[in-house]
Ligand binder design. Sequence first.
Ligand SMILES: CC(C)=CCC/C(C)=C/CC/C(C)=C/CC/C(C)=C/CC/C(C)=C/CC/C(C)=C/CC/C(C)=C/COP(=O)(O)OP(=O)(O)O
Ligand SMILES: O=P(O)(O)OC[C@@H](O)CO
Ligand SMILES: [Mg+2]
Length: 229
Amino acid sequence: MYDINQWEHVFKLDPNKEINDKDLEDICESGTDAIMVGGTDGVTLDQVLSLLARIRRFTVPVILEISNMESVTPGYDYYFVPTVLNSADKEWTMGMHHKAVQQYGAMIDWDEMMLEGYCILNPESKAYQRTNCDMPNEEEIIAYAEMAEHMFKLPIFYVEYSGMYGDAKIVEQVSHVLKHTLLFYGGGIASEEQAREMKQYADVVVVGNVIYENKKAALKTVRAVKERE
Ligand SMILES: CC(C)=CCC/C(C)=C/CC/C(C)=C/CC/C(C)=C/CC/C(C)=C/CC/C(C)=C/CC/C(C)=C/COP(=O)(O)OP(=O)(O)O
Ligand SMILES: O=P(O)(O)OC[C@@H](O)CO
Ligand SMILES: [Mg+2]
């Protein structure tokens, strides 16, 4: 299913982490709507190519979430490009993007590329620290979501708690101000209950680390999200 508007569940695989063939097969055949390949650090072209070749044995759509230009390669179904809205540095909102477009603009298929407006809310996460984020309060988070929807018209607003289960009330508030922009939630989902709770408000729930820590629990999140009325 290649229509992102229909997606509800995505597994995120970190190219910088090992996964054996059986686990990869179970994840790809789980009924998830897509596999996203991405991580904050240590992402190399070799890892990104190798995961792509292994995931391609299955029919699930596969997305590269770009974290650096060195590891971009053709062959993915979609390219998701993060722009970190609560970063204090222009570099992470549009600076790297500006350079990338100057260098690779002619090669970009714009229909395959989607910008994700990230709001990173876990100060302990690598992504928060790497991109020099500021911690927004509730009103500021809502304002970022409104900007994503009405000013920048981004296809995706991503409430990111990478590594930590987040505040469902915030996700609920954000859901009220988004109509066209899809709401992605990711961070710390390790059980069916958590997946179900965040799915009440998010269009798409993203499940990452638990794949490597407890595959059985990870697989159950797919059913939890999809069973919901
Ligand atoms: C060859 C070909 C097909 C070319 C075309 C490709 C294409 C579509 C190019 C687009 C050009 C473009 C605009 C590129 C953007 C350039 C770029 C590098 C932008 C910066 C992106 C960015 C802000 C990265 C920062 C890191 C970040 C926010 C990553 C998001 C993923 C994330 C939060 C992962 C969480 O993992 P982590 O925190 O590491 O968790 P662990 O602790 O578990 O690892
Ligand atoms: O790894 P976890 O904490 O599940 O987070 C998923 C994803 O939002 C990370 O970018
Ligand atoms: Mg991770």
